[in-house]
Design a protein. Structure first.
Length: 162
């Protein structure tokens, strides 16, 4: 069954958002490594890998539905971070943005009667619950550590076990 053009376009836009997410996490990982937070850098690299998988999953779905994948422009990451709490806050805000984007596509698929896309997107909706929860946990951990360098580095070490 061929994808509706508006759904195909929305999914293509989501591919770009997923790859931008990967690009953002890769940049954050590099910044945290440079700031000495190797555990958090590792955690962020895992996020990078997941976002790449998400983009590939959507591409495969578009292709399976006889749709054309448009590889849009991925914006540059312009923010630099030296504080892990600022990274965690930015990551959470970004995940909330991605969650809303996926919900918007889901609602559009529902309006179009595209049950297949609704079912496909259910996995992403569930994944975003985990993404937001995990990002919140990291933000809360760095908030709890506050200005105590020792606590920040203990939490950093814990993140490295991911």
């Amino acid at each position: 069954m061929k994808l509706n053009e508006s759904i195909r376009k929305a999914l293509n836009d989501q591919v770009v958002k997923e790859f931008y997410s990967a690009y953002l996490y890769r940049s954050m990982s590099s910044d945290m490594k440079a700031a000495g937070y190797k555990g958090y850098a590792h955690w962020l690299m895992k996020q990078y890998e997941e976002e790449m998988e998400h983009g590939e999953k959507i591409i495969a779905y578009i292709e399976d539905r006889d749709g054309t994948v448009d590889f849009g422009q991925i914006d540059a990451v312009t923010s630099r971070f030296d504080c892990p709490l600022k990274v965690a806050e930015a990551a959470l805000a970004h995940e909330q943005y991605v969650s809303e984007s996926i919900r918007t596509i889901f609602r559009a698929a529902r309006e179009e009667g595209d049950i297949e896309t609704e079912v496909f997107l259910q996995w992403f909706i569930t994944e975003q619950i985990e993404e937001e929860s995990s990002s919140t946990d990291v933000k809360n951990g760095f908030e709890a550590a506050g200005d105590c360098k020792g606590l920040r580095f203990m939490f950093d070490a814990q993140l490295g076990n991911r």
